[in-house]
Ligand binder design. Structure first.
Ligand code: HPA
Length: 271
């Protein structure tokens, strides 16, 4: 039987002695180490939760880390689930609804993404200002439960303006370079063709990836305020002008990840 978000919520509460997170943090590919900063961590493997979707991607641990980040109770997904793994978008929505039932008011999402904008280089952190859903599906398809949100939810503040301002201020104060742009989601799992990269740029997107949008649509629907960050790990297919070594990309991704850790730590202090 498909487990409900009510069942997930109950199981997580039982496994954590009634932990009440204020904020949820979803960590993308290669960014799992950001969970190391969580104090008094209680780890719950997704496999410990009956019926919970399993993360199958290499580099995604597939566990919740519940604890404190700069004084705030946080539930962190160390590894998300993706549509290209065969998960239904509604599975993503059930996870976000579970957060809502646990008492989560704010969500911080991170991902690894390819740049579609020649001015946004690999190794950058891009704060997501908006998205384009080109996954050709939607996490809210199906009957609607009005107790979570409306049938036709507004998306004008899907990426919360106040949280964006706060993150911008922190980046300024900490001298962390922070790009801003539009994230476009494809289902994957293949990387884009050069023609797609050109087309997505013309559509108005700055970065492309295979996640995040179902989570943000679901959170906005549930009234959870969201802020999102992409770590730009590569230029989109065909955009690379100069040759770049893999080592250089990894080094830049590492630097971006440590900057993002500082940014998130400060964000949690003031969120
Ligand atoms: N395309 C899609 N997803 C990605 C990319 C990309 O270039 N880089 C990291 N995730």
């Amino acid at each position: 039987m498909t487990q409900t978000c009510q069942s997930f919520c109950k199981q997580i509460q039982n496994l954590t002695d009634g932990f009440r997170p204020e904020t949820a943090l979803i960590l993308g590919s290669g960014l799992g180490a950001l969970a190391d900063k969580i104090q008094n961590p209680k780890i719950i493997k997704y496999s410990e939760i009956s019926g919970f979707p399993q993360s199958t991607v290499v580099g995604h641990k597939g566990q919740f880390v519940c604890g404190e980040l700069n004084g705030k109770n946080v539930i962190c997904m160390q590894g998300r689930i993706h549509l290209y793994e065969g998960h239904a978008p509604q599975d993503v929505c059930r996870i976000i609804k579970t957060f809502k039932l646990l008492g989560v008011k704010k969500l911080v999402v991170t991902n690894a993404a390819g740049s579609l904008n020649p001015n946004i280089k690999s190794g950058s952190i891009m704060m997501i200002t908006d998205h384009i859903n080109l996954s050709f599906t939607n996490p809210l398809i199906g009957s609607n439960d009005d107790s979570f949100g409306p049938r036709f939810p507004d998306m004008s503040n899907a990426y919360d303006k106040e949280l964006q301002n706060l993150a911008s201020n922190i980046a300024n104060e900490e001298n962390i370079p922070l790009e801003k742009g539009v994230y476009l989601m494809v289902s994957g799992p293949n990387f884009e063709t050069s023609a797609e990269v050109r087309a997505f740029g013309i559509l108005g997107a700055d970065a492309v990836g295979m996640s995040t949008v179902p989570e943000v649509i679901s959170a906005s629907y549930c009234g959870i305020k969201t802020v999102g960050f992409s770590v730009i790990t590569n230029m989109g297919t065909g955009l690379q002008t100069a040759t770049q070594s893999h080592d250089e990309t990894l080094a830049m991704a590492d630097k971006a990840t440590s900057n993002l850790a500082v940014l998130l730590n400060k964000l949690f202090e003031r969120i």
